[in-house]
Design a protein around this ligand. Structure first.
Ligand SMILES: [Zn+2]
Length: 345
């Protein structure tokens, strides 16, 4: 009898641990523990065992039953675990996939490419230059000598040059893209047509229309017989190409130390189309760039003969062009890395 019980236990356990699903396990359970199961039938035979051994056999039978039940329980939870894992790993290939986020160009870069293309079509080359600049190229070459009042209008950031070979106050962050005028003209003989977009820096209080770093797109052209009409024609052409042919452009006399004569350039407001709104301070016009004929002193400073050649130069508030194009009311949005803003472009 004891031997029979041990055989039942062994065969039950080996069958249980090989079972692969719940259904199979139920069948095994029925086969051993069911009403006419092997163990149940054997237990009924216990009465036939001599009395002196009956207690011991009964104990063994209970132990066998316990082991079978426990093994079934353990294996059952193992099967359940396995089933849930398999469910997770199952891939339905007919499901639509997860769309990856697609990167795109920053609005500044998009507009930059667009404007650069317009200038390229009329023969301008693109130049790049240093953001850390010397006082010489940022001011001196441009007829803005030491103590010139125009320096006050450009809140300059000076670099701490202690411990370096540079003289104190001579190394700055460029306050305008015009630092490239001297650099280009010194190394190029006329005729020259170049644009130089880039970041400039000023010590400004940051608000919706001012930043301490912003983009400018400056440029120049030097050739024989260039006149103010060439400058106005070029500026009008670029503005209309970029903002639309129905954009109105006007030039208002101004003063810059490095150009003579000089003009501020305004275009009709892109938001209200010239009718007047808060964006244009109800004037219908927004300032877009400053320009003028290059001052003879600047031409002389770079070694050009101001009697033989003339030229014009301009500086566009490039960040402003972007805000005007997309009708943004806050310049700071252009330097905000928030994807909720950037995803709109
Ligand atoms: Zn307006």
């Amino acid at each position: 009898m004891e031997e029979e019980l041990m055989q039942i236990k062994n065969s039950a356990v080996s069958m249980i641990i090989e079972a692969t699903d719940q259904k199979e396990l139920e069948e095994i359970k029925l086969q051993f523990l069911g009403r006419s199961g092997k163990l149940t039938l054997t237990l009924k035979e216990i009465v036939k065992v001599p009395v002196e051994r009956r207690a011991a056999v009964g104990q063994l039978a209970n132990e066998v039953k316990r082991v079978i039940e426990e093994t079934i329980k353990n294996h059952e939870s193992r099967i359940k675990n396995q089933e849930s894992k398999t469910k997770i790993e199952k891939i339905d290939v007919t499901n639509p996939g997860i769309k990856p986020d697609i990167g795109r160009l920053h609005p500044l870069t998009q507009v930059l490419y667009e404007v650069v293309d317009i200038f390229k079509q009329i023969g301008f080359q693109v130049a790049d230059g240093p953001e850390i600049e010397t006082d010489h190229y940022n001011f001196e070459v441009l007829n803005i000598h030491k103590d010139h009042p125009a320096r006050d209008t450009q809140q300059t950031l000076y670099l701490d040059t202690r411990g370096s070979k540079s003289d104190p106050g001579k190394i700055i962050l460029r306050t305008h893209g015009s630092n490239m005028q001297g650099r280009i003209m010194e190394t190029t003989r006329p005729p020259v047509r170049a644009i130089y977009p880039g970041k400039v820096f000023r010590y400004e209080q940051v608000d919706v229309s001012h930043g301490f770093e912003f983009w400018q797109l400056e440029g120049l052209a030097v050739d024989k017989n260039l006149t103010l009409t060439d400058l106005f024609g070029t500026m009008s052409y670029v503005i209309k190409e970029f903002f639309g042919l129905d954009t109105k452009v006007k030039f208002v006399s101004h003063n810059f130390p490095f150009t003579e004569p000089s003009a501020e350039t305004y275009m009709s407001c892109t938001v209200c189309k010239g009718k007047g709104c808060s964006f244009c301070k109800h004037s219908g016009w927004v300032e877009i760039l400053g320009c003028g004929m290059i001052h003879p002193n600047v031409l002389k400073a770079v070694g050009y003969d101001s009697q033989k050649v003339s030229g014009f130069a301009w500086g566009m508030g490039f960040s402003r062009m972007v805000t005007l194009k997309y009708q943004m009311d806050d310049l700071r949005l252009l330097t905000n890395p928030d994807l909720r803003i950037l995803e709109q472009f």
